[in-house]
Design a protein around this ligand. Structure first.
Ligand code: GRG
Length: 300
């Protein structure tokens, strides 16, 4: 008798891929004997902590949606998670957001001291590009991914967005347009580059890149709105970081600007628009659709 073959649920699939990502991150951060053990420990403390792995999932799902094997895109997936983790380590420092808890455990500087935390961030930032340049094949696509990631993490995108955010938090009233610009650069750029690198490894056509870019733009904004809502409505233990921080710091957030219900409505609308943007990619993109749903329904 013929057995019915059931496809894994999105939850099963994403857990499997998270396991693959974690194993690759562990393998990459073995480092040679030249890396001081305390520095390796600090890097792994932050990198291997239970993050959601959203950005590497986007890289791998984008590659698959464009017809490529996950394994080929794994160096890009790990590189973006390294950059993301470095940004979290530096953002948590007393000179920035001053957070003592991240991913459900003490922040890197609380566990290892500020100097080692700064170096752990520096190490991850540098190593991300080494991983891309050395492990991603073929070399001309590795070069393309290096340029894309450097630009998305740099002064005109993520780092620039962080500077704008610091200045906004420092006092001057923030408008809706400024808020959108900050989040597009600070958060959205890393979502979009994750999708772009996945598609680049798969050598996708410009039309597909555009569709994925629109998906990433809408998804990144929806993610940020939900992040702001979780700060108001979420619980510290589930979030793995302190809830209520935005209110405490007097930050302009989406719920402050639009209220809770309208913010949630906007997030749902953005998620639907993100799913519509990749409609043309068909069945291979179904995991990206499910990921978008997860982003709006998540509780951490
Ligand atoms: C260069 C220092 C520096 C900062 C750049 C990305 C960033 C700006 C700072 C990180 C802090 C932050 C709160 C950014 C907003 C985006 C965000 C909510 C990040 C947390 O991402 P998640 O929820 O985290 O995907 P996990 O831990 O699940 O990976």
């Amino acid at each position: 008798m013929k057995q019915a073959v059931t496809k894994p649920s999105f939850h099963e699939y994403s857990e499997l891929v998270r396991t693959e990502i974690d194993q690759a991150l562990l393998d990459y951060t073995d480092f040679s004997a030249g890396c001081p053990s305390r520095l390796r420990e600090a890097i792994r403390h932050s990198l291997m902590a239970p993050g959601k792995r959203l950005r590497p999932l986007l890289v791998l799902m984008s590659a698959e949606a464009c017809g490529c094997q996950r394994s080929q895109a794994m160096p890009a997936a790990c590189a973006v998670e390294m950059i993301h983790t470095y940004s979290l380590i530096h953002d948590d420092l007393p000179a920035m957001d001053d957070d003592d808890m991240r991913r459900g455990q003490p922040s890197c500087h609380v566990a290892f001291g500020q100097a080692t935390a700064i170096l752990a961030g520096d190490g991850l930032l540098t190593y991300a590009f080494e991983v891309l340049a050395v492990h991603l094949q073929p070399p001309h696509l590795a070069a393309r991914c290096c340029a894309q990631l450097a630009s998305a993490a740099g002064v005109t995108a993520m780092v620039g967005g962080q500077q704008d955010d610091l200045e906004a938090t420092a006092g001057a009233p923030t408008t809706e347009a400024q808020l959108l610009r900050i989040h597009d650069r600070k958060t959205g750029s890393m979502f979009r580059v994750s999708l772009r690198m996945g598609a680049t490894v798969a050598d996708a056509c410009p039309e597909t890149l555009d569709q994925l870019d629109t998906y990433g733009k809408k998804l990144g904004l929806a993610f940020q709105i939900i992040d702001d809502l979780l700060d108001v409505q979420g619980e510290t233990q589930t979030l793995g970081k302190h809830a209520g921080k935005d209110v405490q710091q007097g930050k302009l957030t989406f719920p402050k600007l639009f209220g809770v219900d309208e913010s949630r409505r906007r997030a749902s609308e953005l998620i639907q628009a993100s799913i519509d943007a990749i409609d043309g990619l068909g069945e291979p993109a179904r995991h990206l659709e499910a990921l978008a749903q997860y982003v709006v329904e998540r509780n951490r």
